[in-house]
Write a protein that binds this ligand. Structure first.
Ligand SMILES: Cc1cc2nc3c(=O)[nH]c(=O)nc-3n(C[C@H](O)[C@H](O)[C@H](O)COP(=O)(O)O)c2cc1C
Length: 218
C-alpha cells in the first residue's frame, strides 16, 4: 500500500486543503501506520517554471545532444512521473487561486506530460488507479450565486486527472473557506460551517476508495 500526495496550497498553517487531505490520508492509512507516502509540496517547493519549455525541447532532442538544462528538465519530468506510476493511490490537494488553477499545479502537470509515458498516444499508465482530488475555494460558486461559472480550475483538473490520465477519481470540494477570515462574509458563518462538515464527512468516506486497489501487483 503506497500513496502519492501532492499539496498545492502556498501556506502550511491554517490550510483548509491540507486539513481535508489529512482526513483522507488518515483514513487511507488506517491499520497500516507504516505505509509509505511520497509527498510533493508544490505550493511551498514549486517545480521551476522554466523546466517545462526545456523538457519540451529536450524530449524532441536526442539524449546525447541535449543541453544541460534540457537534460535536467527531462530527468525531473521522469522523476515526477516515477512518483506517480509507483504509487498505488494518489491524493491531490489544490486550492482555487484567482479563479483559475494553481500555477504550481499547472506547471507540474505540464512537466509530467512531457514524459513519454504520460504524453498523448501512450497507453495511460495510471488508468484505473484510485485517486482523490481535494479542492477548496474561499468563495462560493454554486448555482445561482453571483460567481457561478467563475471557477475555471476544477473542470480543468478533472479533465487532466479523470479523462487524460484516466484515474478512478473522487472529488471533495469545500467552499467558503474565507468565511471567518473576510469580514464581508460573516453572514455566511452557518452555511460555511455546514459545508466544512460535509467536506470532512466526504473526505473520510473516500478513504476506502484509495485503498481499493490493494497493491499494484494484485
Ligand atoms: C492569492 C490568492 C488568490 C485567491 N483567489 C481566490 C479566488 O479566485 N477565488 C476564491 O474563491 N478564493 C480565492 N482565494 C482563497 C483561497 O482559495 C482559500 O483561502 C483557500 O482556502 C486556500 O487554500 P488553503 O486554505 O489550503 O491554503 C485566493 C487566495 C489567495 C492567497
Amino acid at each position: 500500500m503506497s500513496l502519492f500526495r501532492l499539496d498545492a496550497s502556498i501556506r502550511v498553517e491554517g490550510s483548509a486543503s491540507r486539513e481535508i487531505a489529512d482526513i483522507v490520508e488518515a483514513g487511507w492509512r488506517e491499520g497500516d501506520p507504516a505505509a509509505p507516502v511520497v509527498r510533493r509540496h508544490l505550493g511551498t517547493e514549486p517545480v521551476p517554471a522554466t523546466a517545462w519549455a526545456a523538457a519540451v525541447a529536450g524530449s524532441a532532442t536526442p539524449a546525447a545532444e541535449r543541453t544541460a538544462e534540457q537534460a535536467e528538465a527531462v530527468a525531473l519530468a521522469a522523476t515526477l512521473t516515477d512518483e506517480l506510476v509507483d504509487a498505488e493511490a494518489l491524493l491531490f490537494a489544490v486550492p482555487l487561486y484567482n479563479f483559475g488553477v494553481s500555477q504550481h499545479f499547472k506547471t507540474w502537470v505540464d512537466l509530467v506530460i512531457t514524459d513519454p509515458r504520460m504524453g498523448p498516444g501512450a497507453p495511460p499508465p495510471l488508468a484505473g488507479r484510485p485517486a482523490v482530488l481535494v479542492t477548496v475555494r474561499g468563495g462560493n460558486y454554486s448555482a445561482g450565486t453571483p460567481r457561478e461559472g467563475w471557477d475555471h480550475a476544477t473542470s480543468w483538473m478533472r479533465r487532466i486527472l479523470e479523462d487524460v490520465w484516466q484515474l478512478d477519481l473522487r472529488v471533495v470540494e469545500r467552499e467558503f473557506t474565507l468565511v471567518g477570515v473576510n469580514p464581508a462574509l460573516d453572514s455566511f458563518a452557518d452555511v460555511a460551517a455546514e459545508l466544512k462538515q460535509a467536506a470532512e464527512r466526504e473526505a473520510a468516506g473516500h478513504a476506502p476508495h484509495l485503498r481499493s486497489r490493494g497493491s499494484l501487483a494484485a
